[in-house]
Design a protein around this ligand. Structure first.
Ligand SMILES: Nc1ncnc2c1ncn2[C@@H]1O[C@H](COP(=O)(O)OP(=O)(O)OP(=O)(O)O)[C@@H](O)[C@H]1O
Ligand SMILES: [Mg+2]
Length: 244
Protein backbone atom coordinates (compact mmCIF):
# COMPACT_ATOMS: atom_id res chain seq x y z
CA UNK A 1 0.00 0.00 0.00
CA UNK A 2 2.64 2.53 1.14
CA UNK A 3 6.37 1.95 0.90
CA UNK A 4 9.07 4.35 2.08
CA UNK A 5 12.59 3.39 0.99
CA UNK A 6 15.39 5.34 2.69
CA UNK A 7 13.38 8.54 2.64
CA UNK A 8 14.95 11.74 3.92
CA UNK A 9 13.32 15.16 4.04
CA UNK A 10 14.99 18.16 5.66
CA UNK A 11 13.94 21.77 5.97
CA UNK A 12 17.27 23.56 5.63
CA UNK A 13 19.17 22.43 8.72
CA UNK A 14 16.02 21.04 10.42
CA UNK A 15 15.52 17.31 10.02
CA UNK A 16 12.00 16.33 9.02
CA UNK A 17 12.49 12.60 8.59
CA UNK A 18 15.78 10.83 8.09
CA UNK A 19 16.46 7.60 6.21
CA UNK A 20 13.01 6.15 6.86
CA UNK A 21 12.22 2.72 5.44
CA UNK A 22 8.81 1.30 6.22
CA UNK A 23 6.00 -0.63 4.59
CA UNK A 24 2.32 -0.30 5.40
CA UNK A 25 0.21 -3.10 3.95
CA UNK A 26 -3.27 -2.87 2.52
CA UNK A 27 -5.81 -3.19 5.32
CA UNK A 28 -3.37 -2.22 8.09
CA UNK A 29 -4.44 0.02 10.96
CA UNK A 30 -1.37 1.98 12.02
CA UNK A 31 -0.81 4.49 14.79
CA UNK A 32 1.99 6.97 14.14
CA UNK A 33 3.26 8.31 17.44
CA UNK A 34 6.17 10.37 18.68
CA UNK A 35 6.98 13.58 20.52
CA UNK A 36 6.29 17.00 19.08
CA UNK A 37 8.69 17.73 16.23
CA UNK A 38 9.43 14.02 15.66
CA UNK A 39 8.46 14.13 11.99
CA UNK A 40 4.89 12.77 11.98
CA UNK A 41 3.37 15.55 9.90
CA UNK A 42 6.35 15.44 7.55
CA UNK A 43 5.64 11.73 7.02
CA UNK A 44 1.97 12.43 6.26
CA UNK A 45 2.74 15.37 3.95
CA UNK A 46 5.16 13.21 1.97
CA UNK A 47 2.39 10.64 1.39
CA UNK A 48 0.03 13.41 0.28
CA UNK A 49 2.80 14.77 -1.97
CA UNK A 50 2.57 18.14 -0.25
CA UNK A 51 6.32 17.68 0.22
CA UNK A 52 8.94 16.06 -1.98
CA UNK A 53 11.66 13.89 -0.43
CA UNK A 54 15.32 14.96 -0.71
CA UNK A 55 16.35 11.32 -0.97
CA UNK A 56 14.69 7.93 -1.28
CA UNK A 57 11.45 6.77 -2.88
CA UNK A 58 7.83 6.64 -1.80
CA UNK A 59 5.40 4.27 -3.46
CA UNK A 60 1.66 4.22 -3.15
CA UNK A 61 0.18 1.02 -4.56
CA UNK A 62 3.35 0.41 -6.62
CA UNK A 63 3.26 3.89 -8.09
CA UNK A 64 6.34 5.94 -7.33
CA UNK A 65 4.74 9.19 -6.29
CA UNK A 66 7.82 11.37 -6.89
CA UNK A 67 7.51 10.56 -10.56
CA UNK A 68 3.88 11.55 -10.97
CA UNK A 69 3.19 14.49 -13.22
CA UNK A 70 1.23 17.46 -11.86
CA UNK A 71 -1.74 16.25 -13.86
CA UNK A 72 -1.73 12.93 -11.98
CA UNK A 73 -1.56 14.42 -8.50
CA UNK A 74 -5.33 15.07 -8.10
CA UNK A 75 -5.94 11.38 -8.78
CA UNK A 76 -3.36 10.43 -6.16
CA UNK A 77 -5.00 12.74 -3.59
CA UNK A 78 -8.40 11.21 -4.35
CA UNK A 79 -7.10 7.77 -3.46
CA UNK A 80 -6.40 9.12 0.04
CA UNK A 81 -9.00 10.47 2.45
CA UNK A 82 -7.92 12.80 5.24
CA UNK A 83 -9.45 13.79 8.55
CA UNK A 84 -8.11 16.55 10.79
CA UNK A 85 -8.32 17.39 14.47
CA UNK A 86 -10.39 20.51 13.74
CA UNK A 87 -12.87 18.86 11.30
CA UNK A 88 -12.53 21.55 8.57
CA UNK A 89 -16.13 21.41 7.37
CA UNK A 90 -17.55 24.10 5.11
CA UNK A 91 -19.69 26.25 7.43
CA UNK A 92 -22.12 27.50 4.75
CA UNK A 93 -23.00 23.99 3.59
CA UNK A 94 -25.24 21.42 5.24
CA UNK A 95 -23.99 18.01 6.29
CA UNK A 96 -25.34 16.53 3.05
CA UNK A 97 -23.76 19.30 0.97
CA UNK A 98 -20.39 18.99 2.72
CA UNK A 99 -20.19 15.32 1.77
CA UNK A 100 -21.70 15.87 -1.68
CA UNK A 101 -19.07 18.54 -2.38
CA UNK A 102 -16.30 15.93 -2.15
CA UNK A 103 -18.07 14.03 -4.94
CA UNK A 104 -18.75 17.13 -7.03
CA UNK A 105 -15.10 18.11 -7.18
CA UNK A 106 -14.30 14.74 -8.71
CA UNK A 107 -17.14 15.20 -11.22
CA UNK A 108 -19.53 12.53 -9.97
CA UNK A 109 -23.09 12.72 -11.27
CA UNK A 110 -25.97 14.15 -9.23
CA UNK A 111 -27.55 10.73 -9.44
CA UNK A 112 -24.52 9.09 -7.83
CA UNK A 113 -24.47 11.83 -5.19
CA UNK A 114 -28.15 11.30 -4.32
CA UNK A 115 -27.51 7.60 -3.97
CA UNK A 116 -24.15 7.52 -2.17
CA UNK A 117 -24.30 10.43 0.28
CA UNK A 118 -27.22 8.96 2.29
CA UNK A 119 -25.40 5.62 2.37
CA UNK A 120 -22.23 7.08 3.84
CA UNK A 121 -24.15 9.29 6.31
CA UNK A 122 -25.88 6.15 7.52
CA UNK A 123 -22.56 4.33 7.80
CA UNK A 124 -21.14 7.01 10.07
CA UNK A 125 -24.39 7.19 12.04
CA UNK A 126 -25.47 10.72 11.20
CA UNK A 127 -28.40 10.34 8.78
CA UNK A 128 -30.76 12.36 10.96
CA UNK A 129 -28.48 15.43 10.70
CA UNK A 130 -28.25 15.53 6.90
CA UNK A 131 -29.87 18.96 6.63
CA UNK A 132 -28.13 20.61 9.58
CA UNK A 133 -25.21 23.03 9.34
CA UNK A 134 -21.87 22.26 11.05
CA UNK A 135 -22.48 24.85 13.83
CA UNK A 136 -25.66 22.94 14.77
CA UNK A 137 -23.67 19.77 15.48
CA UNK A 138 -21.63 18.53 18.43
CA UNK A 139 -17.88 18.07 17.97
CA UNK A 140 -18.28 14.29 17.66
CA UNK A 141 -21.01 14.71 15.04
CA UNK A 142 -18.83 17.12 13.08
CA UNK A 143 -16.00 14.59 13.09
CA UNK A 144 -18.42 11.94 11.77
CA UNK A 145 -19.29 14.25 8.89
CA UNK A 146 -15.59 14.85 8.21
CA UNK A 147 -15.05 11.08 8.14
CA UNK A 148 -18.02 10.61 5.79
CA UNK A 149 -16.51 13.22 3.48
CA UNK A 150 -13.09 11.55 3.66
CA UNK A 151 -14.41 8.12 2.67
CA UNK A 152 -17.16 9.05 0.20
CA UNK A 153 -14.93 8.47 -2.84
CA UNK A 154 -13.86 5.13 -1.43
CA UNK A 155 -10.16 5.85 -0.86
CA UNK A 156 -7.77 2.96 -0.32
CA UNK A 157 -6.09 4.93 2.49
CA UNK A 158 -7.56 7.09 5.23
CA UNK A 159 -5.15 9.37 7.08
CA UNK A 160 -6.40 10.75 10.37
CA UNK A 161 -4.27 13.51 11.91
CA UNK A 162 -5.16 13.60 15.63
CA UNK A 163 -8.85 12.96 14.89
CA UNK A 164 -9.78 12.72 18.57
CA UNK A 165 -7.74 15.73 19.72
CA UNK A 166 -10.80 17.98 20.17
CA UNK A 167 -13.16 15.35 21.58
CA UNK A 168 -14.07 14.25 25.09
CA UNK A 169 -13.01 10.66 25.97
CA UNK A 170 -16.40 8.98 25.31
CA UNK A 171 -16.82 10.71 21.96
CA UNK A 172 -13.21 9.93 21.08
CA UNK A 173 -13.94 6.25 21.62
CA UNK A 174 -17.04 6.42 19.42
CA UNK A 175 -14.86 7.86 16.65
CA UNK A 176 -12.27 5.11 17.19
CA UNK A 177 -14.98 2.44 16.84
CA UNK A 178 -16.08 4.08 13.61
CA UNK A 179 -12.50 4.12 12.26
CA UNK A 180 -12.16 0.47 13.25
CA UNK A 181 -15.36 -0.35 11.36
CA UNK A 182 -14.06 1.49 8.27
CA UNK A 183 -10.81 -0.45 8.57
CA UNK A 184 -12.73 -3.75 8.71
CA UNK A 185 -14.33 -2.80 5.40
CA UNK A 186 -10.85 -2.82 3.87
CA UNK A 187 -9.61 0.76 4.12
CA UNK A 188 -6.01 1.14 5.30
CA UNK A 189 -5.81 3.60 8.20
CA UNK A 190 -2.87 5.72 9.32
CA UNK A 191 -3.66 7.69 12.46
CA UNK A 192 -1.33 10.28 14.00
CA UNK A 193 -2.09 10.64 17.68
CA UNK A 194 -0.90 11.68 21.13
CA UNK A 195 -3.76 9.76 22.79
CA UNK A 196 -1.89 7.21 24.89
CA UNK A 197 -4.98 5.46 26.28
CA UNK A 198 -6.42 4.91 22.81
CA UNK A 199 -3.18 3.50 21.39
CA UNK A 200 -2.71 1.23 24.41
CA UNK A 201 -6.25 -0.18 24.32
CA UNK A 202 -6.61 -0.66 20.55
CA UNK A 203 -3.60 -3.00 20.26
CA UNK A 204 -2.88 -2.06 16.64
CA UNK A 205 0.42 -1.59 14.88
CA UNK A 206 2.39 1.29 16.37
CA UNK A 207 5.14 3.11 14.50
CA UNK A 208 7.04 5.45 16.80
CA UNK A 209 9.28 8.15 15.38
CA UNK A 210 11.69 10.42 17.14
CA UNK A 211 14.02 13.02 15.65
CA UNK A 212 13.00 11.92 12.17
CA UNK A 213 13.80 8.23 12.61
CA UNK A 214 11.62 5.20 13.25
CA UNK A 215 12.55 4.05 16.74
CA UNK A 216 9.90 1.34 17.16
CA UNK A 217 7.50 -0.61 14.97
CA UNK A 218 5.32 -3.07 16.90
CA UNK A 219 2.61 -5.20 15.31
CA UNK A 220 0.41 -4.85 18.35
CA UNK A 221 1.97 -2.11 20.37
CA UNK A 222 1.51 0.53 22.98
CA UNK A 223 2.15 4.27 23.08
CA UNK A 224 5.50 3.99 24.82
CA UNK A 225 7.15 5.81 27.63
CA UNK A 226 9.00 8.62 25.91
CA UNK A 227 8.59 12.14 27.14
CA UNK A 228 5.69 13.80 25.46
CA UNK A 229 5.92 17.55 25.88
CA UNK A 230 2.16 17.97 25.70
CA UNK A 231 1.61 15.34 28.37
CA UNK A 232 4.33 16.59 30.71
CA UNK A 233 3.10 20.12 30.07
CA UNK A 234 -0.37 19.10 31.13
CA UNK A 235 0.80 17.17 34.20
CA UNK A 236 3.16 19.99 35.06
CA UNK A 237 0.11 22.27 35.06
CA UNK A 238 -1.71 19.96 37.45
CA UNK A 239 1.25 19.80 39.80
CA UNK A 240 1.63 23.58 39.75
CA UNK A 241 -1.99 23.95 40.77
CA UNK A 242 -1.63 21.38 43.56
CA UNK A 243 1.46 23.14 44.85
CA UNK A 244 -0.45 26.34 45.57
N1 LIG B 1 8.10 24.30 7.17
C1 LIG B 1 9.11 23.97 8.00
N2 LIG B 1 10.25 24.69 8.03
C2 LIG B 1 11.27 24.37 8.84
N3 LIG B 1 11.24 23.33 9.69
C3 LIG B 1 10.14 22.57 9.72
C4 LIG B 1 8.99 22.84 8.88
N4 LIG B 1 8.05 21.93 9.14
C5 LIG B 1 8.56 21.12 10.08
N5 LIG B 1 9.81 21.49 10.43
C6 LIG B 1 10.69 20.81 11.41
O1 LIG B 1 10.77 19.44 11.10
C7 LIG B 1 10.71 18.65 12.27
C8 LIG B 1 9.54 17.68 12.17
O2 LIG B 1 8.33 18.42 12.17
P1 LIG B 1 6.90 17.76 12.05
O3 LIG B 1 5.93 18.87 11.82
O4 LIG B 1 6.94 16.68 11.04
O5 LIG B 1 6.71 17.16 13.53
P2 LIG B 1 5.45 16.44 14.19
O6 LIG B 1 5.92 15.10 14.64
O7 LIG B 1 4.29 16.48 13.27
O8 LIG B 1 5.16 17.32 15.49
P3 LIG B 1 3.76 17.70 16.22
O9 LIG B 1 3.42 16.54 17.12
O10 LIG B 1 4.13 18.92 17.03
O11 LIG B 1 2.73 17.99 15.19
C9 LIG B 1 10.63 19.61 13.44
O12 LIG B 1 11.91 19.82 13.94
C10 LIG B 1 10.10 20.89 12.80
O13 LIG B 1 10.56 22.02 13.49
MG1 LIG C 1 2.39 17.41 13.36
Amino acid sequence: MITFDNVTKSYGTNIGIQDVTVRIKKGDFVFLVGPSGAGKSTFVKLILKELTPDKGTIKLKDIEINRLSNRQIPKLRRSTGIVFQDFRLLPQKTVFENVAFAMEIVHMSQRAIRRQVPQVLSLVGISSKANKYPHELSAGEQQRVAIARAIINNPALLIADEPTGNLDPDTAWEIMRLLEQINYRGTTILMVTHAKDIVDKMEKRVIAIDKGRIVRDDASGCYGAYEDERLTGFLGGVFDKNAK
